[in-house]
Ligand binder design. Structure first.
Ligand code: KIV
Ligand code: ZN
Length: 388
């Protein structure tokens, strides 16, 4: 089994499903560029059949992004799948992600279909998708609450039709780490052709265990793809958080023995960009990206860290993009320092003219205020009408 873990980011699809987090096409493209900088393996850019706006966002991202695979979600029907393939035309690497619910509750009450009908529809969807694109992911929605015997039949059948990734979501965040890990392991053992596909985990955070469940899916279950979002953005209590799961794999390589491609020094900028774009504030004590994640307040801790950083730090702040020696911005600061801070804050202005305009306003403010804080800079770029 490979020791490389695929990081599948769904900030622009499941993250956007968060009430109040909808993003414009330009905002999505800017975040996709940051995800590419992070070296995310797969970017789920949206749900092409959901709206013309989503279709166009996926199209734009598919053309602009070269290093990550671009993916569109689609229900398990020919129309959605064809629309996804259309939006992905021109991508260097494209993936269609098709899904149908497999739990008794969802099949009976939501889909009003029998298990046999669901099985047939799943097979037909993957077969249709495979005629358009080679890289097909199949998700069993509410997979964790499904009957393992039935789910194994569905998975075996879709792998036989050519699905290359199998995702087993904990759609409602009901799982417990050990149970979820064993659920995936048991499924893999039940499915005779299981090693013909990469297994993936997709966990929601309703009980605060999305990261722990995803890691158990990898460690116990043998999954090799994790679906996650920046800042854990997502429906209800959110999804597995990219920054936490990636830093857990990196920091505890001794335990997991796995690698990820992620260039972690872009994590903080990605977190800020998503927070500023959606208006979802990151709590100060949030792991990895919260303002206090690397702050030491008590005397004993400060003393320890000054003597040896390892006493109270298990990761390096600079490894995830926090600047160690923060330059204080004021009226004597130059344009380069200003531009550098914009970058650290995840702000991308559209042109050099826009940077100049923001810099002029910054200088005006610095004449009135001795120290300029990050909040001041964000306020002035917002006042300039910049999007970031
Ligand atoms: O949570 C979920 O089940 C999903 C699927 C569509 C993958 O987001
Ligand atoms: Zn989801």
């Amino acid at each position: 089994m490979s020791d490389q873990l695929i990081i599948f980011d769904t900030t622009l699809r499941d993250g956007e499903q968060s009430p109040g987090a909808s993003m414009t096409r330009d905002e999505k493209l800017r975040i996709a560029r940051q995800l590419e900088r992070l070296k995310v393996d797969v970017i789920e850019a949206g749900f092409a059949a959901a709206s013309n706006g989503d279709f166009e966002s996926i199209q734009g991202i598919a053309h602009a992004i070269k290093d990550s695979t671009i993916c569109s979600l689609s229900r398990a029907n020919d129309r959605d799948i064809a629309r996804a393939a259309e939006a992905l035309k021109g991508a260097n690497r494209a993936r269609i992600h098709t899904f149908i619910a497999t739990s008794p509750l969802h099949m009976e009450k939501k889909l009003r279909m029998t298990p046999e009908q669901v099985l047939e529809q799943a097979k037909q969807a993957v077969r249709f998708g495979r005629n358009l694109i080679d890289d097909i992911e199949f998700s069993a929605e509410d997979g964790y609450r499904s009957d393992p015997e039935f789910l194994a039949r569905v998975i075996e059948a879709v792998i036989a039709e050519g699905a290359t990734t199998i995702n087993v979501p904990d759609t409602v965040g009901y799982a417990i780490p050990e149970l979820y890990g064993n659920f995936i392991k048991d499924l893999r053992e039940r499915v005779p052709n299981s090693d013909k596909a990469i297994w993936s985990v997709h966990c929601h955070n309703d009980l605060g265990m999305a990261v722990a469940n995803s890691l158990a899916g990898v460690k116990i279950g043998g999954a090799r793809q994790i679906e996650c979002t920046i800042n854990g953005l997502g429906e209800r209590a959110g999804n597995c958080s990219l920054e936490e799961v990636v830093m857990a794999i990196k920091t505890r390589k001794d335990y997991f023995g796995l690698d990820v491609n992620i260039d972690t020094k872009h994590i903080v900028a990605a977190s800020r960009m998503v927070s500023q774009t959606t208006g979802f504030v990151v709590q100060p004590n949030k792991a990895v990206v919260g303002a206090n994640a690397f702050a030491h307040a008590s005397g004993i801790h400060q003393d320890g860290v000054l003597k040896a950083r390892d006493t109270y730090e298990i990761m390096r702040a600079e490894d995830v993009g926090w600047t160690a020696n923060k330059i204080v911005l004021g009226k004597l600061s130059g344009r380069n320092a200003f531009k550098q801070r914009l970058q650290e804050l995840g702000v991308e202005l559209d042109s050099e003219a826009a940077v100049n305009q923001a810099f002029t306003r910054f200088k005006e403010l610095a004449d009135r205020k001795s120290e300029i804080f990050d909040e001041d800079i964000l306020a002035l770029v917002n006042a300039d009408g910049a999007s970031h």
